[in-house]
Write a protein that binds this ligand. Structure first.
Ligand SMILES: C[S@@+](CC[C@H](N)C(=O)[O-])C[C@H]1O[C@@H](n2cnc3c(N)ncnc32)[C@H](O)[C@@H]1O
Length: 223
């Protein structure tokens, strides 16, 4: 080594490493019969932050094809998942209620209210998860704006449906608007971390905000 500096990887060896990592989680998903490799992202976040207790009620936004939903269904023995997506979501358990549609549409809000209303508990959830992602156009500024719109929708979901003390996990794309979003999250929650699970592709700008201890003073209109 020269002067203790870390030698830089060539672009091709970095690409090779990224492919290996991607293949590892894709292979693990196949071997272990997971719905998608996304399963491991939530598993890693849960392991680190202790998010999913067996009795929690979860509002999951952007659930298709159902990797996170299946992970949640395995973990919950008393709680429930309300899984929202316009695309089909694998429903491995009676603990999962799928709401087919886009979060933000009135009909979707109505279905969530009806499910929570029928539960006999306060019409609030313990955990809001958002892995929502836009269809990418390839135009970076436009894609970033769409991703931030979804992060704001997730903030609105927390403001509407999250119980005091609850948790929020949101996929963010690093870029314009993220710092303001995190600042608003820090005002609304006791603790906020931003992490990239190893199961997330290193070449993607995706990170996850994990916010715990909701102060129930609203959290929306951040971007
Ligand atoms: C990366 S995928 C989610 C993967 C999922 N977490 C899993 O483990 O299988 C992103 C999803 O967000 C959904 N989505 C985008 N906008 C949405 C919205 N407004 N409401 C609900 N889902 C949305 C897309 O349809 C897509 O299925």
């Amino acid at each position: 080594m020269n002067g203790g500096s870390v030698p830089k990887r060539s672009k091709s060896s970095q690409r090779w490493l990224n492919r290996q990592k991607r293949d590892y989680f894709a292979g693990a998903a196949r071997r272990e019969g997971r719905v998608s490799r996304a399963h491991y992202k939530l598993a890693q976040l849960d392991e680190r932050f202790g998010l999913v207790a067996p009795d929690v009620w979860v509002l999951e936004l952007g659930a298709a094809p159902g990797g996170w939903t299946s992970y949640l269904a395995q973990r919950l023995t008393q709680g429930r998942v309300i899984a929202v997506d316009p695309l089909p979501v694998a429903t491995p358990s009676a603990r999962v209620e799928v709401v087919a549609g886009r979060f933000g549409d009135e009909s979707v809000d109505g279905r969530i209210a009806a499910i929570l209303g029928a539960s006999g508990r306060a019409p609030l959830v313990d955990l809001v998860l958002s892995d929502m992602a836009p269809n990418m156009s390839g135009v970076r500024a436009a894609d970033q704006a769409r991703a931030m719109d979804l992060a704001e929708l997730a903030a609105a979901a927390a403001a509407q449906w999250l119980a005091p003390g609850g948790g929020l996990v949101v996929k963010l794309m690093q870029g314009d608007g993220v710092d303001a979003w995190i600042k608003a999250a820090k005002a609304a929650f006791d603790e906020v971390g931003v992490v990239k699970p190893t199961a997330s592709r290193s070449e993607s700008r995706e990170v996850y905000a994990v916010a715990q201890g909701y102060r129930a003073q609203g959290f929306a209109g951040v971007t």
